[in-house]
Design a protein around this ligand. Structure first.
Ligand code: SF4
Length: 905
């Protein structure tokens, strides 16, 4: 494997989105873009990419990029400055605040999107040289409960298994994980095991997500009851004689206490059913499946981690694997699916406030060891503030200087309005970013530092299975953008720590990171990549993806941990943990009668600063929505396709309503991706309660008490433009990337005449108009020769126009006379037939087209793929196509009969 594929002249790199860590081949097109494909040689994906990874080439534009450093002047305006001035200013202000208020008055807030080298340098500066551990990361919101659970059970933050286990397991249990949307390439790998080896799949989730579509057993348990389910399982394993007594006796401690606690929580199948809201049959089936196999992998993700009892949930799962000895063996392990591309690298370097570095904590010997290695003058001696507490301290004025690097906390933190208000109080607020503007920058940043983005930067990331891969540059830097490790090192030098930050390259940083991992290690710590300490620059550049540990003297990296014990507590035993009796921290009430669950959608990533620029990814679910069960929709008077106001104690949003049986009664679901930069009222983080897990500090994002009421808009519509538009303040809007420009989905109660005036101002020219003010319809478009420049369609829900059809015309360089004449008339026209909302993002196949194919006899995903190509690339849309086929079967039993007859023949 080489850094550049000689046949394609493509650069080998790694996807910047989820923790699957897929290998990518990027072939620059010479004009700032690149062709993207999956790397067939990368062991995480073997050539596959999901819809997000496949669309990476659409996200390389410079339109939104921050291209040079900027400082806010005394009049409040941001102005361009030279790098030297910006770095001098940041160092000077940090030095002043530290000297005046002490190191505890400053903080860094980092990101799971950073490269390991960036993370390493920032952590070293804050913890080793400034002398505070106030350095935390958005990974706190993602998988901190898994880290805490691992450390309690194993004595270290170790992922025991690897992806090959997903191929080799006989039972795959997905808990709180919509892997079909959030880890699609791994999910396809699991389905391949199901199809080829007959592995069974159990999905445990309060929501019947697309992941559940392929499950042999779906357990739609009540929110917050995972601990009860796995406590019940532990009891069942004990009572059914399914324990591995040898493993328990030789390699663990605390089993009897944990079992006794489990009996208190869920002492049998009936008690488990009662606690979880499942039927006894469902519970018994799951318990039997687990007890009857020696090859189970339990994969868990945000549904487990993002909880005020997240660490206990993790340990309840791990307890069952320890009790059966199903850990670190082929096809048998607990497995934390990491959300972000380099959350694992962040964990390795100590990017969390309660870690030091290289998987060391804050015990006196570890502090001393890191101090000596770094030759650190004032190393932090205790844990710092975790994310939520950090922002609370900023709000109280205790932290006065904050440096945010590569993340958007004004959107993603719980109680996000309070977090944003806190940012405005900072004396010094520095943001290192790719983009010129986002909600965090708009919260009042004083200094903006342009960081290199994916495709420009170079270093390493670690995926969910501990595989370190290279992210490589294949484009030149945008403007004056610099690597984050360089920016932090330059500030460190100006603070007087030049000797410790004299790095010339990412390879330099990586070598030091590897050396620290091996320093006085001797097998006492899990994270050891000592074999990579003396890589040359050329070897670093060519480094192939590899698992850790990778110790000096080992013949090859170790794939798994703990099959034969060897845990990292002093006695080398794993700990069974007796979890607390599970209770949710918040109560529903008459005023807040439902619970809000938040999460991701298939084709967007985080706060959309990258995926939001891809027209292909903007097609699947372009509007912020709230999903509700049909029974609750009737009860609370909201209708599918209408709008609703969603209110919690912390904030409110106005969202489009999706009524769905997938949602369980008593719960709402809303996606996390929209911000004030791309929607008027959909910043869901502002709704979420800031309650955190006592061990991990991870917030409870899945069960905030909430109310929902209908919200009426007289008019609906959309606007399309070649340039970004400033929408009127009274409008509800959501922005989506479209081919050739910017799309805005709209709703409003203002007079249509207001929209007419707005459009005339926005279009900057006399637009062609169709007006039926009495009938409540206004449509207008301005043209540049034969191309639409700006257009606006407003009307009642029935007359709002066809967004998908008009988008197609907007994308065209030249409209025919007929198309141009009839664009605004509302009458049907060739070329305006809508394909419906996009299901297959890779080939742009819409819902209507797929439904037509199903109606014409395509009765399986393979048949749809053969006719339309849909689902034949990344496979992310296959669960949705299966749902459409199932719906057609229910709606038209004759279709089902026809399919069965075909199958029989
Ligand atoms: S599964 Fe998709 S988002 Fe995740 S790393 Fe692979 S291509 Fe990227």
């Amino acid at each position: 494997m080489t850094a550049v594929d000689p046949a394609l002249r493509a650069t080998r790199t790694t996807c910047p989105y989820c923790g699957v860590g897929c290998g990518v081949l990027a072939t620059p097109d010479g004009s700032g873009g690149a062709a993207i494909s999956g790397d067939p040689e990368h062991p995480a994906n073997f050539g596959r990419l999901c819809s997000k990874g496949s669309a990476l080439g659409e996200t390389l534009g410079l339109e939104q990029r921050l291209l040079y450093p900027m400082i806010r002047c005394s009049k409040g305006r941001m102005g361009r400055v030279a790098w030297t001035d910006a770095l001098d200013h940041v160092a000077h202000r940090f030095r002043h605040i530290i000297a005046r208020d002490g190191p505890g008055a400053v903080a860094f807030y980092l990101s799971g999107q950073l490269l390991t080298e960036d993370y390493y340098v920032a952590n070293k500066l804050m913890k080793g040289f400034i002398g505070s551990a106030n350095v935390d990361t958005n990974s706190r919101l993602c998988m901190a409960s898994s880290v805490a659970g691992h450390r309690r059970a194993f004595g270290a933050d170790t992922v025991p298994g690897c992806y090959e286990d997903l191929d080799q397991a006989d039972l795959l249990v997905l808990v709180g994980s919509n892997a079909a949307w959030c880890h699609p390439v791994l999910f396809q790998r699991m389905l391949a095991n199901k199809q080829q080896r007959g592995a069974r799949v159990v999905v445990i989730d309060p929501r019947r997500t697309d992941t559940a579509g392929d499950a042999d057993l779906f357990l739609g348990l009540k929110p917050g009851t995972d601990t009860a389910l796995f406590s019940g399982l532990l009891v069942h394993l004990a009572d059914a004689g399914a324990l591995d007594r040898n493993y328990i006796d030789n390699h663990t401690s605390g089993f009897e206490e944990a079992l006794a606690r489990a009996r208190c929580i869920a002492g049998g199948i009936g008690a488990t059913a009662l606690a979880t809201g499942l039927s006894e049959r469902e519970v018994a089936d799951f318990f039997q499946m687990f007890a009857n196999t020696s090859r189970a992998v339990t994969l868990y993700s945000q549904g487990v981690n993002q909880s005020a009892q997240g660490t206990d949930k993790v340990n309840a799962i791990i307890n069952c694997h320890l009790a059966t000895g199903q850990i670190g063996k082929p096809g048998a392990s607990p497995f934390s699916l990491t959300g972000q591309p380099n959350a694992m690298g962040g964990r390795e370097v100590g990017g969390l406030a309660n870690q030091l570095a290289a998987h060391m904590g804050f015990t006196p010997p570890e502090i001393d060891r890191v101090r000596r290695f770094w030759k650190a003058p004032r190393i932090a001696t205790h844990e710092g503030l975790k994310a939520v507490q950090m922002f609370e301290a900023i709000g109280r004025g205790e932290i006065k200087a904050l440096w945010v690097i590569g993340t958007n906390p004004a959107v993603s933190l719980p109680d996000a309005d309070a977090a944003r208000a806190a940012l405005k109080k900072l004396e010094l607020f520095v943001v290192s970013e790719n983009v010129r503007s986002n909600d965090t920058v708009s919260a009042g940043a004083h200094v903006l530092l342009p960081a290199q983005a994916w495709g420009e930067k170079s270093g390493t990331v670690t995926n969910s299975e501990r595989r370190i891969s290279r992210q490589r540059a294949f484009l030149g830097p945008a403007g004056e953008a610099k690597p984050d490790w360089w920016i932090v090192s330059e500030v460190a030098k100006r603070l007087g720590f030049g000797g410790a930050f004299d790095f010339n390259s990412a390879a330099d940083v990586f070598r030091e990171h590897a050396a620290l991992s091996a320093f006085e290690n001797n097998g006492s710590r899990d994270f050891d990549i000592g074999a990579l300490t003396s890589l040359s620059d050329a070897a670093f550049d060519a480094m192939a993806p590899g698992l850790w540990p990778n110790r000096l003297g080992d013949l090859q990296p170790q794939a798994r941990f703990f099959a034969d014990g060897g845990f990292y507590a002093n006695d080398h035993r794993a700990r069974f943990i007796a979890p607390e009796i599970p209770t949710l921290r918040t109560e529903i009430s008459a005023g807040r009668p439902l619970r809000l669950n938040t999460g991701r959608i298939r084709d967007q990533w985080h706060t959309m600063t990258r995926t939001g620029s891809s027209p292909r990814l903007g097609q699947h679910l372009p509007e912020p929505f709230v999903e509700i069960h049909p029974g609750d929709a009737i009860k609370f008077g909201v209708a599918d396709g209408g709008f609703a106001r969603v209110v919690t104690h912390y904030g409110q949003c106005i969202l489009k309503v999706t009524v769905s049986e997938r949602q369980q009664r008593g719960m709402l679901f809303a996606p996390i991706h929209w911000s004030e930069a791309n929607a008027s009222a959909a910043r869901v983080g502002a709704l979420v309660a800031p309650f955190t897990d006592p061990f991990s500090g991870q917030p409870e994002n899945k069960a905030t008490p909430v109310s929902i009421t209908p919200y009426e808009y007289v008019f609906r519509g959309f606007a399309l433009s070649r340039v970004p538009l400033e929408l009127p303040p009274h409008a509800w809007w959501a922005r989506a990337a479209v081919t050739g420009g910017y799309g805005y989905l709209l709703a409003d109660n203002a007079d249509l005449a207001d929209w007419q005036s707005w459009l005339r101002a926005a279009a900057g020219a006399d637009p062609a108009e169709y007006r039926d003010i009495a009938g409540g319809v206004f449509r207008a478009a301005s043209f540049n020769e034969d191309r639409i420049e700006t257009c606006l369609f407003m009307g009642s829900a029935r007359d709002a126009g066809d967004w998908n059809a008009v988008k197609n015309l907007f994308a065209a360089d030249k409209l025919s006379d007929d198309q141009r004449r009839m664009l605004l008339s509302g009458r049907s026209i060739d070329g305006l037939a809508s394909i419906g909302p996009i299901v297959c993002a890779c080939f742009g196949v819409g819902c209507s087209t797929i439904c037509d194919a199903i109606a014409a006899g395509a009765g399986s995903v393979a048949e749809i793929g053969a006719r339309l190509k849909a689902g034949t690339n990344c496979g992310s849309c296959i669960p949705e196509m299966k749902r459409l086929i199932a719906q057609a079967d229910v709606a038209d039993p004759a279709h089902d009969q026809h399919k069965k007859a075909l199958a029989a023949s």
